[in-house]
Structures are given as C-alpha cells and as structure tokens.
Design a protein around this ligand. Sequence first.
Ligand code: ADP
Ligand code: MG
Length: 157
Amino acid sequence: MPEFRRLDSPEATVAAGQALAAAMRVLEVNQLIIFLVGDLGAGKTTFARGFLRGWGHSGRVPSPTYTIIEPYEFGSVEIYHIDLYRLTDPGESDDLGLTELPGPGVVMLVEWPERAGDRLPGPDLTVALQVAGDDRRDIGFRASSATGKRVLTQKNI
Ligand code: ADP
Ligand code: MG
C-alpha cells in the first residue's frame, strides 16, 4: 500500500468513501471491483456507507455480515456491497455466484475478500483501513488495473 493518511473521525471515513464515488462519477467509471481490507472495526462498512452515499443513496446501509450480499440500484449502475467475513471456507462462496457478477454497470465493494481465496476476480482497487487508535483510522489505496489507476489519480483521492 503506497501511502496512508489519517482519518480523524467516522465522518472522515464516510467522506473518503464519498470522494471515491465522486471520482468514479466524474470519470464515468461504472464497472469496478473494490476490495476493502482491514481488521474488524477498521472502518470498512463505514467507508462503504460513504461510497453509497456518494452515488446518491440516502437510506440505511446495513452491514452485510449476515446477508453477505446487499444490492443497491442507481439507474445505470448496480452496486453490490459484500461481506465475506462469515465464510469459513472459500468453497462456501461458490453458491453466491460472485464470479458471475462483474460486468458493465456493476460495482463490487467487498469486505473480507481474502475469505473467498482465489474464487473472486482480482480487484481494480484495494482500500486498506487500519485502526490507529480508539478515535482514528488510517487509509491507503492501491490500484491494480488501468481503470483503478485512473480513478486514483482523480483529484482528492
Ligand atoms: P468494519 O466494517 O471494518 O468492521 P466499521 O465500519 O463497522 O468497521 O466501523 C467500526 C467502528 O469504527 C464504527 O463504530 C465506526 O463508526 C468507527 N470508525 C470508522 N471510521 C473511524 C475513524 N476514522 N475514526 C474513528 N472511528 C471510526
Ligand atoms: Mg464491516
């Protein structure tokens, strides 16, 4: 992960998610796989809430810990907020149909992607969150595709 920056409050984590959504919208990127990595409590779901808000979602964003996949519709874009924490074996992800999801107009935000082993397609972007104290977190971004790089070079990310 290249460089971490400090997030001083949950609101700052939400703002970081919103900024990523804004960058994608400016560039008209509507297909992306985003991995959210970091320990329990690092702020992954909080970031996802900001990201969804950035796409115009104003309702609740429940953690997908139990449902595993929470879909959101935004006209031309579908966002799948996925949390694989509860998988105990990568094979359990086969029934979820994750490999069929990616495509034009589909954005995937995946918490605990490592739990699916190599059954998930690789990410365009990885967002790493770390606990840096009770009331702060650190965030870093890594791009793994040309589209991911384009999004990251957009101002404010
Ligand atoms: P995860 O999904 O990684 O398990 P959550 O997004 O559920 O983590 O966040 C866990 C807790 O951390 C929540 O109470 C959230 O408000 C808090 N939190 C998120 N970002 C920050 C931050 N930058 N500073 C302090 N607390 C944060
Ligand atoms: Mg979570």
